[in-house]
Design a protein around this ligand. Structure first.
Ligand code: CO
Length: 134
């Protein structure tokens, strides 16, 4: 059902410092910061030959990233995103298998302008999984 790894998202306490490290130390192709108010994050996309890295930083009140950074002050991997062809079919299959979908269960438009859903980390070996329809 799942296809390619679309991205790995890393929550960082200092977006500029993390971007400079990926650009300078790792020599990666690093984009400009983008505010995503619907998701409570500022994102920087890093394009690798086979996938993307997203650096996430809290934006506004009640950001889902703020609590994560409180627990992980140095930053850390926040979620991984797998591509699916049909997000509704994927959701229906997963819920029939007992997997919990976060929020109201309806896809939201993600940072790439495509429908996304998040799956409960307790149902997936402690990993927050995002599904993106491509
Ligand atoms: Co993501």
């Amino acid at each position: 059902m799942i296809g390619r790894l679309n991205h790995v998202a890393i929550a960082v306490p200092d977006l500029d410092a993390a971007a400079a490290q990926y650009r300078g130390t790792l020599g990666a192709e690093v984009g400009a910061p983008q505010d995503e108010p619907d998701h409570g994050v500022t994102v920087i996309f890093i394009t690798l030959p086979n996938t993307k890295i997203e650096l996430l930083h809290p934006l506004g009140e009640g950001s889902p990233i703020a609590a994560f950074l409180e627990k992980n002050p140095a930053g850390g991997i926040h979620h991984i995103c797998y591509e699916v062809d049909d997000i509704i079919a994927a959701r229906d299959h997963l819920t029939s298998e007992g997997v919990r979908v976060l929020g109201d269960g309806e896809p939201k438009i993600g940072a790439h302008g495509k429908p996304v859903l998040f799956l409960h980390p307790k149902d997936f070996t402690g990993t927050l999984i995002e599904l993106e329809q491509v």
